[in-house]
Design a protein around this ligand. Structure first.
Ligand code: ADP
Ligand code: MG
Length: 438
């Protein structure tokens, strides 16, 4: 586990300098309209600080998974490639051509122009100038014309194929714009791309306030937690979180497992799980983890009761779903476990309330359905009521906390689903390890 102690924007002199800032402006969009500006708002403290210090600020980010429309001879996306491969051979060429013709529309769907408009609305009109390309003529001219205390936002970095390939020439060109690189895109920090890590090969690199907070709070919890330290894992599949379970067992006092993952553990204990989610290729792994918990003296808490229904709700938010609660030993063969039961909710909440540090990743049930959200709400409520340091990572658990209104009472909700998971796995994050040490 990398114990990160990285230089921040306050550790370098930025006044009068040109600073390249990698943000996470990968905001949800519908029909060209930003549906949540959370990520833009969260980027403001770093941007405001730099502007206030009199820096020239160049902002960049990716958005979505576009075609590399700035790259000559660009190809299909991974998803399209798969779709084309499924077609009869005679139809493949035409399908490919159609996809490529449509790709030009990516420019409208995944341009950062709406983000620029939003930034100007938040920072004051005229603060941020939009560049129509990344390292092309337009961007170069606009960067050259910048004055201290203003910003340029470059176009979607993934329009260039070299971004995700971490192409050295592309990274070098990006770096040549600036004196200093600031990474503040925690959500992309688990990827070694040109704008998240590559540029740090050429200019001094430090973190912005967002990354500083992420690695500060989560790093302390993992390296030097106030105890008892309780981790709660949930979500759909054991396989998604294999390495997280393994790594957390070396750190925590109590590991709680709920959600769809818990049924593979129940099966590993020899219990019948009916039609519940089960990964029978991971039963041995679950046995291993139960043995590891015992060996490490970690209190492993599994559900004692569960909410079951005849079938997975369809639609997922069907509020008329009939749910009954049974002990885990008694899951009927024709029923599916979709939430933790009330006894388990109490067991888990009590563990949370006696903790000094809590990390939570993954909902306790199919929280998208109001009838099956009870377990997730109970755990979120316990985190909200607790005086402990409470950290939520994982896209769906973070969304659950926001939707249910618990977010203001949580110490830290991570802005990066994938990145926070890799952090919890103990993996190195290329977008952080490339930054200068203090
Ligand atoms: P996160 O994004 O917080 O890391 P995951 O993506 O791992 O969480 O898992 C979230 C999903 O798990 C949700 O869509 C939820 O419906 C599903 N889930 C939780 N419990 C169950 C269950 N018992 N059966 C099936 N799906 C479940
Ligand atoms: Mg998820």
């Amino acid at each position: 586990m990398a114990a990160y102690n990285k230089k921040t924007i306050e550790d370098v002199c930025v006044a009068g300098k040109t600073v390249l800032v990698r943000c996470d402006f990968n905001v949800p969009m519908k029909d060209g309209v930003i549906t949540s500006d959370k990520r833009i708002v969260e980027a403001l403290p770093t941007i405001k600080y730099l502007l206030g210090e009199g820096a020239k600020v160049i902002l960049c980010s990716h958005m979505g998974k576009p075609h590399n429309i700035f790259t000559e001879g660009f190809g299909l996306t991974k998803k399209e490639k798969k779709a084309v491969e499924k077609l009869p051979e005679a139809e493949q060429a035409a399908a490919k051509a159609e996809y490529l013709a449509k790709a030009v529309k990516d420019k409208q769907k995944l341009t950062l122009k709406p983000v620029c408009d939003k930034l100007n609305a938040l920072l004051g009109e005229g603060t941020v100038v939009f560049a129509e390309d990344i390292i092309g003529e337009d961007a170069k001219a606009k960067v050259a014309a910048m004055k201290a205390g203003t910003a340029v936002l470059l176009e979607n970095t993934r329009f260039d194929a070299r971004e995700e390939k971490n192409g050295a020439d592309f990274a070098k060109e990006l770096a040549s714009y600036a004196d200093i690189f600031v990474n503040d895109a925690f959500g992309a920090a688990h990827r070694a791309h040109a704008s998240t890590a590559g540029v740090a090969d050429y200019i001094p690199a430090v973190c912005g306030y967002l990354i500083q907070k992420e690695i500060g709070v989560m790093g302390k919890a993992l390296e030097n937690p106030e105890r008892p330290f309780v981790a709660i894992l949930g979500g759909a599949k054991v396989a998604d979180k294999l390495n997280v379970i393994d790594n957390l067992l070396t750190k925590v006092d109590t590991l709680i497992i709920g959600g769809g993952m818990a049924y593979t553990f129940a099966a590993a204990k020899g219990l019948g799980v009916g039609k519940s989610l089960l990964d029978d290729t991971k039963i041995d792994y679950c046995k291993e983890m139960m043995a590891k918990a015992k060996e490490k003296g970690v209190n492993l808490l599994l559900p004692v009761d569960t909410g079951v229904a005849k079938a997975f709700p369809d639609p997922i938010d069907d509020a008329n779903l009939e749910v009954t609660y049974v002990d885990v030993e008694n899951i009927p063969a024709d029923m599916e476990g979709l939430d933790i039961g009330p006894k388990t909710a109490k067991l888990f909440s009590d563990a949370v309330l006696s903790a000094k540090t809590v990390i939570w990743n993954g909902p306790m049930g199919v929280f998208e359905n109001p009838v099956l959200a009870k377990g997730t709400i109970a755990v979120a409520q316990a985190l909200a009521d607790s005086d402990a340091i409470t950290i939520v990572g994982g896209g769906d658990s973070a969304a659950a906390c926001e939707q249910l209104g618990f977010a203001p009472k949580i110490t830290h909700i991570s802005t990066g689903g994938g990145a926070s998971l890799e952090f919890l796995e103990g993996k190195d994050l290329p977008g952080v390890s490339c930054l200068l040490d203090k």
